[in-house]
Design a binder for this molecule. Structure first.
Ligand SMILES: [Zn+2]
Length: 81
């Protein structure tokens, strides 16, 4: 199975066939992992991926499961398991 590779940054388009877009505000996106794509932090399959290009982001509700963080020069990724 494929692991998200952040070596050259992160583009959703590279994993388009593996992720289902749930929400897109233009600056943030929430995606569902449909094909067992693996987390760049812990190398385990994740459930949901949140991506933001903003410098900060606040979540209104706490995650109900373990999560990982990963960053590139342009983006912050939050992956829930
Ligand atoms: Zn992880």
């Amino acid at each position: 199975m494929t692991r998200i590779d952040l070596t050259d940054g992160f583009s959703i388009h590279d994993y388009r066939a593996l992720l289902k877009l749930h929400n897109d505000t233009g600056e943030t996106r929430t995606l569902e992992n449909r094909k067992g794509l693996r987390c760049p932090a812990c190398n385990q399959p994740f459930d949901r991926l949140f991506v933001t290009e903003r410098e900060t982001h606040s979540f209104e509700s706490p995650p109900d499961r373990p999560f990982c963080l990963a960053s590139t020069t342009e983006k912050l990724l939050v992956l829930t398991h």
